[in-house]
Design a protein around this ligand. Structure first.
Ligand SMILES: NC(=O)C1=CN([C@@H]2O[C@H](COP(=O)(O)OP(=O)(O)OC[C@H]3O[C@@H](n4cnc5c(N)ncnc54)[C@H](OP(=O)(O)O)[C@@H]3O)[C@@H](O)[C@H]2O)C=CC1
Ligand SMILES: Cc1cn([C@H]2C[C@H](O)[C@@H](COP(=O)(O)OP(=O)(O)O[C@H]3O[C@@H](C)C(=O)[C@@H](O)[C@H]3O)O2)c(=O)[nH]c1=O
Length: 287
């Protein structure tokens, strides 16, 4: 079975690459942004014409939350037009699209975990384009799995864990917000869940939530990273107002994962356990 992975040199794409050979019978084509630009409709069509892809896993996105506020055209092109291009081409080629979305589609004013059917009301441009990308897929392709995840990190790419490890080594003192609460998600756990859906040949198409289990603030996450790595640093909990950023972020974006767990019968690790695995994996990578 042939599977196309777009945006393959990013964090999730690299993670998928690292575990791709664990499933016999799946043949992956990993396409970086240079090899396949998802905003180019004809390029996507040519790629899908040449190969008979059963699945396309879209890992391509504009993910810089703050830059999205100013680079609005670019964010929209990649996150909305790119998603629509993939959906239309998947429809034409009878390919199932697995697309990744985000907890940032929610405004964060709830105080219990968000379910798939809860109203999406993004408060930043990144979240807005990701939500419009979801709609573009739903409106053009029935055979889709849209997986909303949150606070993705891993040994690959740019992410909060690696930022904290770097800053923790450089500084004696750091301040991190404690009034934004969500769930860190180890990209390897998400990648395994994606492969599980493919292996199951599921036709339960739709929107799903997947994060690790548990709840944390960014402060909690930073503290756990330093504890796990044994870094001594003074860590100050601060309010969001004390860390001004171009984009507002939801204050609460914990995802309810019941639909994912009951449909696909998967166990989801707790974020704290997965963090320990990720830190070890990062330490093993060549510098
Ligand atoms: N990171 C996070 O915390 C979270 C991410 N998500 C979602 O998960 C998915 C994966 O995120 P992640 O791996 O962390 O993101 P990354 O930013 O690490 O990777 C995104 C990749 O998309 C590529 N890309 C950008 N534009 C195009 C294009 N026009 N055509 C093809 N590829 C393109 C980038 O390539 P290049 O570098 O060359 O531009 C990059 O390799 C995204 O959909 C994201 O919205 C959801 C929740 C949390
Ligand atoms: C580096 C740093 C960040 N922060 C704050 C800023 C922000 O509110 C929070 C998280 O920081 P980041 O900017 O690294 O993370 P951010 O880019 O907001 O992460 C988001 O990315 C997108 C792609 C998603 O889809 C989301 O799920 C989420 O993971 O921590 C501090 O308080 N102190 C610090 O030293």
């Amino acid at each position: 079975m042939n599977i196309l992975v777009t945006g393959a040199s990013g964090q999730l794409g690299s993670t998928l690459k690292s575990i791709a050979n664990t499933v016999p019978g799946l043949h992956f084509a990993f396409a970086s942004s240079k090899q396949l630009d998802i905003t180019d409709f004809e390029a996507v069509r040519n790629e899908m014409d040449k190969n008979n892809y059963a699945y396309c896993i879209n890992c391509a996105a504009f993910t810089h939350v703050d830059n999205a506020e100013s680079e609005t055209d670019k964010a929209k092109l990649i996150n909305v037009t790119g998603a629509r291009n993939l959906a239309l081409n998947c429809h034409e080629h009878k390919t199932v699209l697995i697309h990744i979305s985000t907890d940032f589609v929610f405004d964060g004013y709830m105080n219990e975990p968000y379910r798939e059917e809860d109203i999406a009301r993004p408060i930043g441009f990144y979240g807005d384009t990701k939500y419009k990308g979801e709609r573009a897929i739903i409106n053009n392709l029935q055979e889709h799995f849209i997986i909303r995840t949150s606070w993705l990190y891993s040994e690959f790419g740019n992410n909060f864990m690696k930022t904290m490890l770097r800053l923790g080594a450089e500084r004696d003192e750091l301040s991190v917000v404690y009034d934004q609460v969500g769930t860190p998600t180890y990209a390897r756990d998400l990648a395994k869940a994606i492969l599980h859906i493919i292996k199951a040949h599921s036709i339960d198409y739709g929107v799903y939530h997947y994060s690790n289990e548990g709840v944390a603030s960014w402060y909690d996450f930073a503290k756990a990273i330093f504890d796990e790595q044994g870094i001594q640093v003074t860590l100050n909990p601060i309010r969001s107002e004390a860390y001004p950023t171009p984009a507002a972020r939801p204050k609460f974006s914990v995802l309810d994962k019941e639909k994912m767990k009951s449909t696909f019968k998967i166990d989801i690790p707790n974020w704290r356990d997965s963090l320990a695995v990720a830190i070890k994996a990062y330490a093993k990578l060549p510098a």
